[in-house]
Design a protein around this ligand. Structure first.
Ligand code: MG
Length: 308
């Protein structure tokens, strides 16, 4: 057999092998099994910054009044889980997640001495998330300039310490939630599917089925994803949270509806995977009246969800 015959025979074999199992896989996977639209729900939440009001109590009250189901706390809530859960409950709200960040990139620092204190602080955040009954702690491995490690080295390092941390999170009834960012903020971890694959690998290594997942932030996704619908579908059940903000067009990263970005494509993906966890405002306000902008944005999102 010469080289041309060999490749001809291989191609025929490959085609045969590819066609038969693929078509039978499609035959066994019904639309009913993969399409979870009936489970999907729009459940809006807000960080404290975008919520109108001058005090914590006022922000919680107005978030509830205009239609939010939950509040997202920042790192200031660590160690105050019981107290802040009660405040949210008193206002009729759940707590979605804690937005924690990168801890200065310490967990993925080239300076080994910085890593353990970062891991210990993330554990404290996970314990507080458990007390808040929150679905997770948002974690960014490193913003630009916070580590000298390469992308390959960071991914390898995550696989060393994340399996134990994911088990710790699961034991606290919560999750580590990886947040992909746009290239202006981070070069490591920019796409939802990449975060989902890290979460999947960590779960496999730890031998568990919960404790880590990924989120999507519409602002970052506007730069990094070619399809918002495709990005959410690629995460599937590993998607634990969503951040709401308009994209890069002016006025940049403001309340959804304040610039021309549409959310319909992304919402179609969220509906398809049966997403019913929270979506939280993390954005600025272009208008002069934040209360009016907040209210209008919630109505805009409801209209976009209905259209999706
Ligand atoms: Mg975000």
């Amino acid at each position: 057999m010469n080289r041309r015959d060999f490749f001809g025979a291989s191609a025929a074999l490959t085609l045969g092998a590819a066609v038969a199992p693929t078509s039978s896989a499609f035959a066994t996977q019904t639309t009913e099994e993969t399409d979870k639209r009936a489970e999907a729900k729009l459940r809006i939440c807000s960080q404290l910054g975008p919520a109108p009001g001058n005090s914590l109590e006022e922000k919680l009250e107005k978030a509830k009044k205009y239609g939010c189901d939950a509040i997202e706390y920042g790192g200031e809530c660590i160690g105050k889980g019981a107290e802040l859960r009660k405040k949210a409950e008193d206002a009729g709200l759940e707590v979605s997640v804690i937005c924690w960040g990168s801890h200065g990139g310490d967990l993925c620092s080239e300076d080994v001495s910085k890593r353990q204190p970062g891991i210990d602080d993330l554990k404290r955040a996970l314990e507080t998330a458990g007390e808040l009954h929150a679905n997770g702690v948002i974690y960014v491995p490193a913003f630009n300039g916070q580590t000298k490690l390469t992308n390959q080295e960071i991914r390898q390092l995550l696989m060393e310490f994340m399996p134990d941390l994911a088990k710790f999170a699961r034991d606290c009834n919560t999750n580590i939630i990886l947040e992909p960012l746009c290239r202006m903020e981070a070069y490591f971890l920019r796409q939802v599917a990449d975060g989902a694959s890290i979460a999947r690998d960590v779960l496999r290594a730890a031998g568990i089925d919960s404790g880590i997942g990924v989120m999507g932030d519409f602002y970052h996704m506007d730069t990094e994803e070619t399809s918002q619908m495709g990005a959410f579908i690629s995460a599937g059940s590993l998607l634990k949270h969503v951040h709401l903000a308009g994209g890069v067009e002016q006025p940049r990263r403001t309340f959804p509806g304040e610039n021309s970005m549409t959310f319909v494509d992304g919402f179609r993906g969220l509906k398809y995977i049966g997403y019913n966890k929270f979506m939280s405002f993390e954005c600025g306000c272009a208008g002069r009246d934040k209360e009016e902008a907040f209210k209008n944005s919630i109505q805009f999102l409801r209209d976009q969800w209905a259209e999706a």
